[in-house]
Design a protein around this ligand. Structure first.
Ligand code: AMP
Length: 413
């Protein structure tokens, strides 16, 4: 026997009910996005590698070790997208969407992203994200708050669970640079006992040490200087304004001064969303504000804010069964391929319909109809048709005209 070929590690097959739930989640999120004024766009699953390398920052784990780089074909290096923000911003610049007088641009997206991570619960190599990017020449407070609220409401709606937002304010570029210097001084004294990733981060971006996942390093990081103490007046006022609105709206949030998020382009507000009753505390989604990204990839100066939700993590958190069903199952005893005029008419009338394999007996066909949760079975005999209503097991016998009349009445009932 030949070797059984399995799916690559960290990827998923979505079968039957799981695929239906996935589609339902996708549709709900995109419908919700319209309520927040978003327009949906689709961008390629791979881009020139430098797009991600330039925007995410070399200190981010995603770029340092998690990108799926495509073996060089032709003269360019390509990378499967590890996230959408860079690709969406590339599309905004390339298609000059920023020239629109209607600001902020509100864009939604959905699709797979790829990271060469160590697969474990909630951490896949191919996973799906839904998200939005709001873009403006200068982001105002309404846009920032609307984006944050959208992410919170979306997770609440999809999971039907109580959720919590962890937030932090990274401040303007200048105040962050000052803070980074302080962090460098603090960590320089402790770095010998810290992990190799932290050693690398100290050189390229000490902020990233704050969200190291190693327990001992976390303890050291928890005693580091706090970014909130380095915010300038304008940033402090804005952060306060945001939290005041959240208080008013009774949004469950907590300020986490160690939250810096995985990518280097964030400034201002950053946040992550968690389910309250999830012990493992994996983020269901995250977002943040950015300002240099557009310029870094050759565009005009633009500000942005966005979030993305991990669909697989939402699916793990929610529990939903959709009982798939079909309207009609046909059991063809004639087996002479003469059923297709009625099959076509019934499908045109809007019925979903499946045909039992010719190898199955009448009993086998009826059992299949029950398993498929069908409403009707049609048994095709030499001279006539039997219609069996599967909930009551009532059965009537009709000719072709009678059969079409019966289902026409059902569909108009
Ligand atoms: P990030 O930008 O890394 O915070 O990713 C945004 C969201 O995508 C996270 O909050 C997760 O829900 C999801 N996500 C990120 N990485 C993975 C992964 N490797 N597997 C599954 N979901 C992920």
């Amino acid at each position: 026997m030949s070797e059984i070929i399995k799916k690559p590690r960290g990827t998923s097959d979505y079968l039957f009910n799981d695929a239906e739930v996935f589609e339902e989640v996708r549709n709900s999120l995109l419908t919700l996005a319209k309520k927040y004024g978003c327009f949906y766009i689709m961008v390629p699953t791979y881009e020139e590698g430098k797009l991600f390398h330039r925007t995410a920052g070399e200190s981010s784990d995603i770029v340092a070790k998690e990108t799926f780089d495509i073996i060089r074909k032709g003269d360019k290096d390509y990378t499967l997208r590890p996230e959408f923000t860079a690709g969406i911003n590339r599309a905004i610049i390339e298609n000059k969407l920023y020239a629109s007088p209607d600001m902020p641009l509100r864009i939604s997206y959905f699709g797979p992203a790829f990271r060469y991570d160590r697969p474990q619960k909630g951490r896949l190599r191919e996973f799906n994200q839904f998200g939005v990017e709001f873009i403006d020449t200068t982001l105002d407070i309404n846009t920032i708050i609307d984006c944050l609220i959208f992410s919170y409401n979306a997770v609440k709606k999809i999971t039907n669970k109580d959720v919590k937002v962890k937030l932090n304010y990274l401040g303007s570029f200048a105040s962050r640079e000052e803070y980074k210097e302080e962090l460098k001084k603090y960590f320089a004294k402790k770095i010998d006992s810290m992990c190799d990733d932290c050693k690398r981060r100290l050189e390229v971006n000490p902020l990233r040490i704050l969200d190291c996942k190693v327990k001992e390093d976390q303890l050291i990081a928890s005693k580091a200087p706090k970014i909130n103490d380095y915010l300038n007046k304008e940033d402090s006022v804005r952060f306060k304004q945001i939290t005041q609105v959240l208080d008013k709206l009774k949004i469950n949030y907590e300020i986490d001064s160690q939250l810096v998020r995985g990518l280097d382009y964030y400034t201002g507000l950053v946040w992550e969303i968690y389910s309250i009753d999830d012990e493992s505390q994996i983020a269901l989604g995250g977002g943040g504000q950015y300002s240099s990204l557009s310029k870094d990839i050759g565009g005009p100066p633009l500000d942005g804010i966005g979030f993305s939700l991990g669909i697989e993590r939402l699916l793990l958190t929610m529990s939903k069964e959709i009982k798939s069903s079909i309207d009609i199952v046909i059991i063809d005893n004639k087996k002479d391929a003469s059923i297709f005029d009625i099959v076509s008419t019934l499908r045109e009338e809007g019925f979903s319909l499946s045909i039992v394999s010719a190898s199955r007996s009448l009993q086998g066909g009826l059992k299949m109809a029950d398993r498929l949760n069908a409403s009707y079975a049609i048994i095709v005999d030499e001279e006539n048709y039997k219609i069996k209503k599967l909930d009551t097991r009532e059965q009537i016998e009709v000719d072709k005209k009678g059969l079409l009349k019966y289902f026409s009445e059902v569909s108009h009932a």
